[in-house]
Design a binder for this molecule. Structure first.
Ligand SMILES: [Mg+2]
Length: 259
């Protein structure tokens, strides 16, 4: 029986992939502002309303598949097109059909830039190597459990492999939505004395893990778009007995003996 099993989240935890969305956002907002001209709302308003719309699309049905968008690759680019449509309507701007099509395509393409695989390798956090190697030396079991689009996450898996990090993990699991069942399945597959879940999204990585009997290691990141602005509330609600909050991955190594 293994001593400890560590289940790592990927985006925002082992990799800084969240900031890959920043550049496309800036580009798309700049384009929208340019097209709308004097009729454009302030940049901040576009930003806020776009972020809200992007979240609202998660459970919405993707007409091209008949299924919810969830965390698929199509959602983020679509959210630019959709916010543009809304803002055009509000501003009363009339575009020709061909301009409309051209702008939709341009915005969609900008959104897809968030998923360029060449950029993934540089996004692996340097401390990830230190911590993961350390845990393997303790003969603990390591698993990656990530929520997202299988194709997109597989590209990130490839980057981890190339960087020499993947070999330390027993499994790389991608789930389309809730992680709860996967947390329980991991417990069945790897009998151990204790289980830990490490992640930057309290509602996805920590709460369902605690429910399943894990100890949570919550490492919030400023770029986390799901929980931005909620950090104080989360901290008040967070179980201080069933979880710790760390500033960085490296604390797992530093505090290993006390965990
Ligand atoms: Mg994350």
């Amino acid at each position: 029986m293994a001593n400890r099993v560590w289940v790592f989240d990927l985006d925002g935890t082992l990799m800084n992939t969240l900031d890959l969305y920043e550049k496309p956002r800036e580009k798309a907002y700049a384009l929208i502002t340019e097209i709308l001209g004097d009729k454009s709302p302030a940049l901040n308003e576009i930003k806020e309303r776009h972020s809200k719309l992007d979240k609202e699309l998660i459970p919405a049905i993707d007409p091209s598949t008949g299924k919810p968008y969830l965390y698929t690759k199509r959602r983020f680019p679509t959210s630019f097109v959709e916010i543009f449509k809304i803002l055009c309507k509000e501003s009363g701007l009339e575009l020709s059909a061909s301009d409309e099509r051209r702008y939709y395509n341009q915005l969609y393409k900008i959104g897809l830039e968030a998923f360029k695989k060449e950029r993934y390798k540089r996004k692996i956090k340097p401390q990830a190597f230190t911590v993961v190697r350390f845990l393997r030396r303790q003969e603990d079991i390591l698993v990656i459990l990530t929520k997202g689009d299988k194709g997109v996450q597989n590209d990130k898996k490839g980057a981890l492999k190339e960087a020499g990090l993947l070999k330390f993990f027993k499994e790389f699991i991608t789930v389309p939505d809730n992680k709860e069942k996967a947390f329980r399945d991991i417990m069945k597959r790897y009998p151990a004395e204790s289980y830990y879940s490490i992640g930057d999204t309290y509602g996805w990585d920590i709460l369902p893990a605690i429910k399943s009997g894990y100890f949570g290691i919550y490492i919030p990141s400023a770029a986390n778009w799901m929980e931005i602005g909620k950090l104080k509330k989360i901290e008040r609600q967070r179980s201080k007995i069933r979880s710790n909050r760390y500033e960085s991955l490296i604390e797992i190594k530093e505090k290993y003996d006390y965990l």
